[in-house]
Design a protein around this ligand. Structure first.
Ligand code: HEM
Length: 406
């Protein structure tokens, strides 16, 4: 194991962001429960598949990051509390209550009904780039597609999509500008605050004038049985907006880059489109869009791999490492779009299993299918090593830009 993963050290370097998988492999082999520092907080990273899966259902590891010790407040500052206190950051029974009302809206049948509209959005975006012969695929495709889908689903007026995107991008790309960390933090807090006020106003507007959209349906359901208080409706809307486009956008970027870096797999997929559903699972396994770790808090001393994690510690569950564990995936660092759909953890596991899984799979299938069909000569416009990524300490694993020609 290199010095970069000894206890207390900082692994969040640009080199690590470019390719974290060798570090994860060393951690899995030598120190599967590894104490590390980040610019924001210290944590124990859990890296082996079986341990990650166990941790994702371990009731002693709390998702209530505002609970005793108020870790998120300490780590991310007071403005984040208002928006981030949502189902993803809560434990049962609170979590069950917050999730139940939204899950009806994400029933696979309802999501399937969106397919023609998603296909239309994909075609419109590609119509705009196809004549140019070159594109920056994050800006022109991977971000606007899921952003438009989730905004329409929620009922955010089309004229306001750009403004909302502006705020979410400040949060997404934090750490990548030349600003000082203090300025960066202030910009993120400002964007969160504006988004918070915007969504609170929107929820009020939907109550006054309901429409055929998800926010109106949530407002109506809550008014009927009082399940969620108004501030909870706002934080739920924020979670759906963010979770609904950020991960999908980064997944699409990572997936296209992985295919461009493996031209044989790209070609195989192009000539055998029926492989697309399994290819999407493989691409998610190969390089998922989640941050290094999904944080939890140990509510008591817990032991994994003989390591005692003291009560109160931040525990990072490293899904991308679990998905490269050779105990579960043969030749795990090889991209193989023919790989039989395996039990990867890319959409999580247990009670917090991704609520938007059907939507994410559908968007990815339509988007990647259309890209392969309509941009047959797709290739990188810059050398692979020069593709700009989100910074190592970003809360997301994705690309800043993906310049291509076709
Ligand atoms: C939760 C992955 C797309 C909504 C999660 C979790 C993962 C995940 C791993 C669990 C996190 C944890 O346990 O800490 C992904 C990936 C996506 C994606 C890889 C795209 C490729 C979406 C979409 C939506 C969505 C399109 C739609 C709104 C949610 C919500 C939760 C969640 C609401 C919280 C569920 C809960 O706490 O019960 N997602 N997601 N996700 N996801 Fe997704």
């Amino acid at each position: 194991m290199t010095d970069s993963v000894v206890p207390g050290s900082d692994i969040y370097t640009d080199e690590f962001a470019a390719d974290p998988y060798p570090t994860f492999a060393r951690m899995r082999a030598d120190r599967p429960v590894c104490p590390v520092s980040s610019p924001r907080f210290d944590s124990y990273l859990i890296t082996r598949f079986d341990d990650v899966r166990a941790a994702l259902t371990d009731a002693r590891l709390s998702k209530d990051l505002y609970g005793p010790g108020q870790h998120y407040l300490r780590i991310f500052g007071p403005n984040s509390e208002g928006l981030n206190k949502n189902m993803l950051n809560s434990d049962p029974p609170e979590h069950t209550r917050l999730r139940r009302i939204v899950s009806q809206a994400f029933a696979p049948r309802r999501i399937e009904a969106l397919r023609p509209r998603v296909a239309r959005i994909v075609d419109d975006l590609l119509d705009r780039v196809v004549v140019r012969g070159r594109a920056e695929l994050m800006r022109d495709f991977a971000i606007p597609l899921p952003m438009t889908v989730i905004c329409e689903l929620l009922g955010i007026p089309a004229a306001e999509h750009g403004q909302v995107l502006g705020w979410t991008q400040v949060i997404r790309t934090s750490g990548s500008s030349r600003r000082s960390p203090e300025e960066e933090r202030a910009a993120v807090q400002e964007a969160q605050l504006r988004l918070h006020h915007y969504l609170a106003d929107l929820v009020r507007a939907k109550r006054a004038r309901p429409a055929d959209d998800m926010i109106s349906a949530l407002v109506e359901a809550c008014d009927r049985d009082g399940t969620l208080a108004e501030p909870e409706l706002v934080t739920t809307t924020f979670l759906l907006l963010f979770a609904g486009h950020q991960t999908t956008a980064d997944f699409l970027g990572n997936a296209v880059l992985a295919l461009l870096a493996h031209p044989d797999q790209l070609e195989l997929l192009r000539v055998t489109p029926r492989l697309l559903p399994s290819a999407i699972e493989e691409l998610l396994r190969f390089d998922g869009p989640l941050p290094v770790a999904s944080p939890r808090i140990a509510t008591e001393d817990v032991e994994y791999q003989g390591v005692c994690i003291p009560s109160g510690s931040v525990v990072g569950v490293v899904i991308n490492s679990a998905n490269h564990d050779p105990e579960h995936f043969a030749d795990p660092d090889r991209l193989d779009v023919r790989r039989v759909r395996g039990p990867h953890l890319g959409f999580g596991y247990g009670v917090h299993y991704c609520l938007g899984v059907s939507l994410a799979r559908m968007e990815a299938q339509i988007a990647l299918g259309a890209l392969l069909r309509r941009l047959p000569g797709l290739r990188l416009a810059v050398p692979l090593a020069e593709v700009r990524r989100l910074p190592a300490a970003s809360p997301f694993r994705g690309l800043l830009e993906l310049p291509v020609t076709f």
